[in-house]
Design a protein around this ligand. Structure first.
Ligand SMILES: [Zn+2]
Ligand SMILES: [Zn+2]
Length: 133
């Protein structure tokens, strides 16, 4: 069981299944949403994700059509992305986890949008968009 919480601690969640496809996304939307060089994101199955407190504080911003990026309305912590065209999966940023997910980033994506002040110094593959399936 993976567990996590937002910065103010009012939203708490559990993930009962696998966290898959971990990527560091350098796109400008992820950079701005996180206020960071990149978003480390993955997939979780919607049926595996459960808010155990504070679900009513989860609000969202539709950053592109059908992509609802959720965050805590009190502290602003970035949480799951809901996909209007895929009810089976959530996009999931790893930053609010309180437990070790046991997985690590596999690649960097959207590196063409990388912040000029950040240098990728690892040997993970780099992609202009998402990695090929
Ligand atoms: Zn919060
Ligand atoms: Zn992105």
């Amino acid at each position: 069981m993976h567990k996590g919480s937002c910065l103010c601690g009012q939203i708490r969640y559990e993930i009962s299944g696998e966290i898959t496809g971990v990527l560091n996304c350098h796109c400008s939307r992820c950079r701005k949403f996180h206020g960071a060089a990149f978003r480390t994101r993955a997939w979780v199955r919607t049926k595996d994700f459960r808010c155990i407190s504070g679900e009513s504080l989860l609000t969202h911003y539709e950053s592109s059509p059908g992509r609802l990026r959720t965050f805590c309305r009190i502290c602003g912590s970035n949480l799951i992305t809901k996909l209007r065209d895929n009810e089976a999966l959530y996009g999931f940023p790893l930053g609010t986890l309180d437990t070790d997910p046991g997985v690590k980033p596999e690649a960097h994506c959207f590196v063409g949008s990388k912040a000029p002040w950040y240098e990728i110094t690892d040997n993970l593959p780099q992609y202009q968009k998402f990695p090929p399936p």
